[in-house]
Ligand binder design. Structure first.
Ligand SMILES: [Zn+2]
Length: 325
């Protein structure tokens, strides 16, 4: 789709599209993002282009930015719901789906008033178990931004069973308002009746709202300390195996936290978490120059082998393994 085509078939000027495109190209954001922005109403285009062009944009909007966006929804019955629905295409533009070509986008509003975007990520040449679902992506984006609770979740397609189980690990999961494209909103509790959750295993902690782990590590290496921060704030109440990953690129450092699940298989590894952060920041997976995995030397769960498998597929890097006390 060319700029000329968009200028002819949308209400956006070619100059405006060029401006948006230049901003996004500079930040290495997906090409589709500028097309999605160009299809928003004009006031939203201007605002979102400004927000995206800030140096630290990582597929999220601050509560102040959300307030500015909501000012254009005063005529709506449910302004927050409509804004979240309207942002779904932006989230979808971050999708990496080389296997399915099925682009899933998710938008989450946190209790802080911030809004987060997320999208599915598939990796060709390795087991499908490494696939990141859009709901996992947006929840990770919110959690890494210190959000503690999600109130609204808008998704481009109904959440699969894997994601319903992942969402069920969140604090106040049953109260989340779920919006699926043009369908009426529903409480999450209606999407997972008779559910199995952390409390069935006697666990009171919840994802995004768990205490800091009681672990220690002494290092003067910044990347190791960043990975340790990921382990410190990770969630693993079932295996007691806190772990974190930090990856380095020329653009920056990205930290991932292990997010465990009471049903085990929907758990998200610390490397997947870090790759979500890297991708949503507009960085490229092929830019990774160094990676560190911090975990326990004697826990029942290790991410070393699977991390190496995935990393070897997308980079020439092997994760350095560091054990905490
Ligand atoms: Zn899913």
């Amino acid at each position: 789709m060319s700029l000329e085509w968009l200028a002819t078939h949308s209400n956006v000027t070619k100059q405006k599209l060029t401006d948006i495109n230049m901003v996004l190209l500079l930040k290495n954001f997906p090409e589709k993002l500028h097309i999605c922005i160009a299809h928003l109403s004009l006031p939203l285009q201007d605002l979102i282009t400004d927000f995206v062009s800030t140096t630290n944009f990582s597929a999220s909007f601050t509560s102040q930015q959300v307030t500015q966006l909501l000012a254009h929804y005063q005529h709506e019955h449910s302004p927050q719901e409509q804004l979240c629905r309207d942002l779904i295409p932006l989230a979808q533009s971050f999708s990496l789906a080389p296997i399915s070509d099925f682009n899933v986008g998710a938008v989450a509003m946190g209790i802080s008033g911030c809004i987060y975007l997320g999208a599915n990520m598939e990796f060709s040449g390795i087991t499908l178990a490494h696939t990141v679902h859009a709901e996992q992506s947006v929840i990770t984006n919110a959690w890494l931004s210190q959000e503690t609770q999600i109130t609204t979740l808008a998704i481009s397609a109904p959440p699969c069973g894997h994601c319903r189980q992942f969402i069920n690990e969140l604090d106040h999961a049953n109260d989340i308002n779920v919006l699926i494209t043009n369908e009426s909103s529903v409480p999450f509790s209606s999407l997972l009746p008779l559910s199995f959750g952390p409390s069935d295993l006697g666990i009171n902690d919840r994802l995004m709202a768990s205490p800091i782990n009681n672990i220690k590590l002494d290092s003067d290496d910044d990347l190791i300390n960043a990975a340790f921060d990921g382990a410190l704030t990770s969630y693993s109440p079932f295996s007691q195996s806190p772990s974190g990953v930090a990856i380095q690129t020329p653009m920056g450092v990205y930290v991932g936290r292990y997010a465990e699940n009471c049903a085990y298989n929907p758990s998200l590894s610390p490397l997947q978490s870090a790759l979500i952060a890297l991708h949503l920041a507009g960085d490229d997976l092929s830019n990774i120059t160094r990676a560190v995995l911090v975990e326990s030397s004697n826990s029942s769960v290790s991410h070393a082998t699977t991390s190496d498998n995935l990393l070897s597929l997308i980079s020439d890097v092997t994760a350095e393994r560091v054990h905490y006390k």
